[in-house]
Design a protein around this ligand. Structure first.
Ligand code: PMP
Length: 446
């Protein structure tokens, strides 16, 4: 249906790298080539990562930091090397500022429970935004309920960018923490993190960045940002599931109490108490995700060999192309801002077709895997007057032809659903907010 004329072909990565990803060449769908556009949920893994996982289990595996035997020494060494590699990858000064957790969710909960419960009091304010993933909302709701602190939300503009004027007005000396996503997993919006951090620091607030959707796609430099806390997941950046990272400034982490108690996080235990270990062990109670953490090394090596800037350019070309093509489809509403303010994904909703029905047909008839639902951003969907949307999210192995396959699928689904005129489940499950209501106030329009 569409011509590839408008894509910036010079920005594309070589198609040959697809050969590194066994699953892309597997017969997942009985003869359909797989078009995997669900990368914001979790990416696929290259052979190099899979091989490293197998190699560690076959040759180097034992528990870390425990045994005085060869295998434990080997796995400990590789585990700590991975920590150093992660630290360099995000621009952290010290590897002990990198804590291995089980994911972005685990990292944010660690900060909410450990820092939040220790430092927040009634009258203090936590500032998040209406575009946050549930992982960066619910832990703050929980900590606010426990401490008596107040939770406030930065609204978005009509086109789905963070309302920076409203942000400036919401900041005050009561603000103790700003918890914000670097890239919205629903709108694709890239937030001005350096500016947000500078403004927050000016009122004495700390900043936690939910970087789940940015670390895999663009260069991260916590030192240049002067970032206090940064959370992200291995499985969204070619790494294994089950491992995530919390970066925290040394002085902050040092002053925080341990989150989980148990083995490994102690210096000494008596029957009447314990003394915590130094960083990073203090926050890694129990047996950590040993092999997933080690395999992060292979994922980072792969990303660096391709180059984060090259990956970003490639994805931007795909997003520009998808956005341009999707915006020409009648009855389809794109969520979020113009391509220059977004990255790596496009979510959209149809007037007459429910996202789940659409995604099902797309999978079954066209081999296209997209995400359908609220993408763990129910408050944002509610503000947009939607219960669900469809999200196509790209990574370094996607091709423009796959965007075309998505477009073909959309045309076919629209043709399937349109002529019958049957009443379908409505996208408008949540009413558009009433004027004057809290949801309406959050839905600031410039
Ligand atoms: N934040 C954002 C912006 C995300 O996209 C996700 C994953 N969808 C998460 C947090 C949660 O990540 P995880 O499930 O790996 O903990």
């Amino acid at each position: 249906m569409s011509a590839l004329a408008s894509i910036d072909a010079s920005a594309l990565l070589p198609e040959s790298l697809r050969a590194d990803f066994p699953i892309l060449n597997d017969d997942v769908l009985d003869g359909h080539p797989l078009v995997f556009l669900d990368n914001a949920a979790s990416t696929q893994r290259p052979r190099q990562v899979i091989d490293m996982i197998a190699r560690v289990y076959e040759h180097d595996y034992a528990n870390v930091h425990r045994g005085i035997h060869t295998l434990s020494e080997r796995s400990t060494e590789q585990y700590e090397e991975a920590r150093e590699k992660v630290a360099r990858f995000i621009g952290a000064a010290n590897s002990h500022e990198v804590i291995f957790t089980q994911g972005t969710t685990g990292s944010i909960n660690l900060v909410a429970r450990s820092w939040g419960e220790t430092n927040l009091r009634p009258g203090d304010e936590i500032l998040t935004t209406v575009m946050e993933h549930h992982s960066n909302l619910v832990p703050w709701q929980q900590v606010a309920a426990k401490t008596g602190a107040t939770l406030k939300h930065v609204p978005i503009t009509e086109d789905g960018r963070l309302d920076m004027d409203a942000f400036a007005k919401l900041l005050s000396d009561r603000t103790k923490l700003v918890a914000v996503t670097s890239v919205s997993n629903t709108l694709g919006t890239v937030n001005p993190i350096a500016e947000i951090i500078a403004q927050a620091h000016a009122v004495g607030a700390l900043v936690l960045v939910d970087a789940a959707q940015s670390v895999p796609h663009m260069v991260t430099d916590v030192a240049a940002w002067d970032c206090d806390f940064l959370a992200f997941s291995g499985h969204k950046m070619l790494g294994p599931s089950g491992v995530g990272i919390l970066y925290g400034k040394e002085a902050l982490l040092d002053a925080m109490p341990p989150f989980l108690g148990g083995g490994s996080m102690i210096n000494e235990v008596r029957l009447d108490g314990f003394t915590p270990a130094e960083l990073p062990a203090k926050f890694e109670a129990g047996t950590p995700p040993i092999v997933p953490a080690i395999a992060m090394s292979a994922a980072i090596d792969y990303l660096q060999a391709v180059g984060l800037d090259a990956i970003h350019r490639h994805e931007q070309a795909l997003v520009d192309y998808a956005y341009e093509q999707l915006s020409q489809i009648e009855g389809l509403r794109i969520l979020g801002p113009a391509p220059e303010f977004r990255t790596s994904l496009v979510s959209f909703a149809f007037e007459k077709i429910h996202a789940h029905e659409f995604a099902q047909v797309l999978n079954d008839r066209f081999g296209v895997a997209v995400r359908a639902g609220h993408h763990c951003t129910q408050p944002l969907h509610r503000l947009l007057g939607l219960s669900a949307s469809t999200r196509a999210s790209f990574y370094l192995y996607n091709r423009p032809e796959e965007v075309d396959r998505l477009l073909e699928g959309i045309a076919a689904v629209q043709a399937m659903f349109a002529p019958r005129g049957r009443k379908r489940r409505s996208q408008q499950q949540y009413p558009t907010p009433k004027v004057g209501s809290e949801d309406h106030r959050n839905r600031i329009v410039r």
